[in-house]
Design a protein around this ligand. Structure first.
Ligand code: C5P
Length: 222
């Protein structure tokens, strides 16, 4: 199978030297890409700026902003069987980007932010969708409830939820895997590499179930 994996944060520029970003390390996404390769799959890894080395064998597409990630994902998704959107994409970006460095002044300044495009939701609503769609939800509260809402709102097949306070920057994670049929699997605190291996097994099993031999999604999607 061909896996598309997004990983890491995005950077939304304010001016030539400043940006808005988040603490995502990319470790979970890179571990998933690595585990998919080790299981014999092909991998397209679309990565925001991280301090990690991509696994040899993955096709690495490096991006910086949410708009670049949006374009790269849509360019490759149609060729893939499973899309795992693990990146911590910025939800907001500055309404305008100053072409010159904003100078320090004595008074207050404010920054107008506008929503970024939701990549996961845009894939979920693609009419030509033939791939299994997996989202990640990092939450600090009401983990399961929020993840179920996202699974439905973004029309995913699987949503992997984690407490952002446990998983961010860490080598370990604690996960809830929610399936569109309502089933839930829980993983207690475990190294990300081991979790990634388990997730790849789950994703490939699910993908095999919902694709017929010609690689066409069948009607059990509802
Ligand atoms: O709604 P929220 O940002 O918490 O959803 C998280 C999921 O949505 C992750 O899978 C993330 O990669 C994806 N996402 C996205 N594009 C955005 C925001 C989030 O693909 N602009």
């Amino acid at each position: 199978m061909i896996f598309l994996v997004t990983a890491g944060p995005t950077r939304e520029p304010i001016d030539p030297v400043r940006y808005i970003s988040n603490r995502s390390s990319g470790k979970m996404g890179y571990a998933i890409a690595e585990a998919a390769l080790k299981a014999g799959h092909d991998v397209v890894l679309i990565s925001g700026p991280v301090k990690l080395h991509s696994s040899r064998g993955a096709k690495l597409v490096s991006v910086s902003t949410s708009d670049e990630m949006f374009d790269a994902v849509h360019q490759h998704a149609g060729d893939c069987d499973v899309c795992v959107l693990c990146a911590a994409v910025a939800d907001y970006k500055p309404a305008t980007v100053s072409p010159l460095k904003i100078k320090k002044r004595g008074d207050e300044i404010s920054l107008e932010l506008v929503p970024t495009r939701d990549i996961l939701a845009s894939l979920g609503s693609r009419r030509d969708r033939r791939f299994l769609l997996v989202g990640f939800a990092a939450e600090t509260h009401d983990l399961q409830e929020n993840a179920v809402k996202k699974l439905r709102a973004k029309n995913c097949d699987i949503m992997v939820a984690n407490d952002a306070r446990v998983g961010m920057e860490s080598d370990e994670n604690e996960l809830l895997v929610l399936f569109r049929g309502g089933e839930i699997k829980k993983f207690h605190r475990t190294p990300k590499q081991i979790l990634a291996r388990e997730l790849i097994k789950i994703f490939s099993k699910f993908a095999t179930k919902v694709f017929d031999k010609k690689n066409v999604m069948i009607s059990e999607r509802n």
